[in-house]
Design a protein around this ligand. Structure first.
Ligand code: 13P
Ligand code: SF4
Length: 310
């Protein structure tokens, strides 16, 4: 389909163009739960970091188009070296992943030589390659409990690490990284939301601060929130994660009400992927994610260990 000039192109036409390009290039489109609704709607699969990693393994597609942020596309590329992985928008990064570099990690490893290094997937491939095992927000506790060591160096999200530390006997050493999007939420925000919706169940992401997490009814990865809401008999929810999740929550539960915990709960990097941007990426087959072979080999070891555990 050629795009007409001078007339306003509708969302549906842009989505149609993405689907044409997808068919032409035998592509699989993966999208994170925080993506814009119009992107989620044309994806072959939407999910949290763990589900998207699983989908990447052995995906039989010439091209995987990853609508999300760089560390997620890198993970897909590491897990599926036979496919070309395109990141929907070249500069969609995760500031949390940038809070630790290899030099700093090596210093921390020297300081705690007996610690098992568990890297949240929100890290660069270089960091994964230097770590013992990865985890996501959906399986962090399982991973901590499954590894042999009693001492864990948990990088880089201190809030997720702290949450896990409250549920295990192991010693969890926290690295002082955090996600600016989740870390911004305060007890005051939770209390205001609860005042407004006193009957609501509060679901928060473990990247939120410990004092916020302690006020929640459930602490869940993004896809776990979707499962929880579908199964729950409750009808009213306060949601403590990036607002992109509201799209699927509302679509899957038309009779239930979902309210975001605070205004502007937005990850700007996740929102960089628009339909226009995605079309350009697919037309030009650009933003190929290239992880050096040796880094990919070592990073894959850490990711595979995680997938074996869960
Ligand atoms: P999930 O794996 O829970 O989807 O979280 C990813 C993320 O980036 C949270 O900010
Ligand atoms: Fe990274 Fe936070 Fe955005 Fe998730 S919400 S991708 S952790 S910056």
């Amino acid at each position: 389909m050629g795009m007409a000039t001078g007339t306003k192109i509708t969302t549906e036409q842009l989505q149609q163009r993405v689907l044409e390009l997808k068919e032409q290039s035998h592509a699989l489109i993966l999208a994170h739960n925080y993506q814009r609704p119009e992107i989620q709607d044309i994806a072959d699969f939407t999910g949290d970091s763990l589900e998207l990693s699983r989908k990447s393994v052995g995906a039989k597609a010439d091209v995987i188009v990853f609508c999300g942020v760089r560390f997620m596309a890198e993970t897909a590329a590491i897990l599926n070296p036979d496919s070309t992985v395109l990141l929907s928008q070249v500069d969609a990064g995760c500031p949390l992943a940038e809070t630790i570099d290899v030099e700093t990690l090596r210093q921390w490893k020297k300081r705690y030589p007996n610690a098992t290094v568990i890297a949240y997937v929100n890290t660069t491939a270089d960091i994964k390659a230097e770590s013992d095992v990865c985890c996501t927000s959906a399986n962090a506790l399982d991973v901590v409990n499954a590894v042999l060591g009693q001492e864990i160096l948990f990088i880089p999200d201190q809030n997720l690490g702290h949450y896990v530390s409250t549920m295990t006997d192991k010693r969890v050493i926290l690295y002082p990284g955090s996600c600016y999007v989740h870390n911004r939420i305060t007890v005051h925000d939770v209390n205001l939301a609860k005042q407004r919706y006193p009957q609501a169940k509060v679901l928060v992401h473990p990247e939120c601060r410990p004092e916020v997490v302690s006020l929640a009814d459930a602490v869940l990865s993004t896809s776990q929130m979707l499962h929880y809401a579908r199964r729950s008999d409750d009808r009213l929810f306060i949601i403590g994660t990036e607002e992109g999740i509201l799209h699927a929550l509302r679509q899957q539960n038309p009779a239930k009400e979902f309210n975001i915990i605070a205004h502007d709960f937005i990850c700007t990097d996740m929102k960089k992927t628009t339909l226009d941007v995605l079309i350009k990426t697919m037309e030009l087959r650009k933003n190929v994610v290239d992880v050096p072979v040796e880094v990919a080999r070592r990073a894959r070891r850490a990711i595979d260990k995680m997938l074996d555990i869960t």
